[in-house]
Ligand binder design. Structure first.
Ligand code: GRF
Length: 217
């Protein structure tokens, strides 16, 4: 897992992958900031935590760390650096990112954190959401694996919208990672998930029934 921020998505993954029968486990948490909350959470969970620059000059170092810990899947959550091309190539179709909007809208260079939610509010969109996608050489661009909508409500600020979106990240990312682990263990491609229950949930105003609503497309 590559995480440079507070690590709330890391915590959601730790919780989801905690059970002994989970389809995967977190091998290492890597941050480009020594003071990242994500590293604290990793240490508290007794998971190896490492700091590296993670930029283009550090591609070999990042790759060495991932290999040393036997990473088969790389998950980015709050990782702001562009992943070096050689690392993307080494983990082609094996690297996921979570983005706090419905890509391809509100993504790309400079679109991170509150900037995303401010842009959504400024656009007048009534719907935003969460996207989990494969990482390729361009920011926020690879194949979309899972998405879930989040309403924009009257009076929303970037803070209130961010909190509503983050709550969805906390179950959508673990659902996508669990599915990816299962697919990798079966030697299969990491492929898109669709929300079987989402149309029903939206139409009936029911809360979606979370991860078990997601099935391979
Ligand atoms: C999340 O909103 C994620 O979508 C974005 O960065 C934020 C990370 O939050 N890429 P956290 O560090 O997991 O709490």
């Amino acid at each position: 897992m590559l995480a440079s921020g507070r690590g709330s998505n890391l915590q959601a993954l730790l919780d989801a992958l905690g059970p002994a029968d989970a389809p995967g486990r977190i091998a290492v948490v890597i941050s480009n900031r020594a003071d990242a909350g994500a590293l604290e959470r990793a240490r508290a969970a007794r998971i190896p935590a490492a700091v590296t620059r993670g930029d283009g000059q550090d591609a070999d170092g990042l790759l060495a760390l991932l290999r040393e810990h036997g990473a088969e899947l790389v998950v980015l959550a709050g990782w702001l650096k562009q992943v070096p091309g050689s690392v993307v190539a080494a983990y082609r179709d094996r690297m996921l990112n979570v983005h706090p909007a419905l890509l391809p809208a509100f993504g790309g260079p400079g679109m991170y954190g509150h900037r995303v939610h401010e842009a959504v509010l400024a656009s007048g969109a009534r719907l935003t959401g969460v996207t989990v996608h494969l990482v390729d050489e361009q920011y926020d661009h690879g194949t979309i694996i899972a998405q879930w909508p989040v309403p924009v409500r009257p009076g929303d600020t970037a803070d209130t919208l961010a909190a509503r979106v983050l709550a969805v990240e906390h179950w959508l990312l673990p659902a996508a990672v669990r599915a990816a682990c299962t697919q990798i263990a079966a030697d299969a491609r990491v492929r898109p998930l669709c929300g079987a229950a989402d149309a029903f949930a939206l139409a009936t105003n029911h809360e979606p029934s979370h991860s078990h609503a997601l099935v391979p497309a």
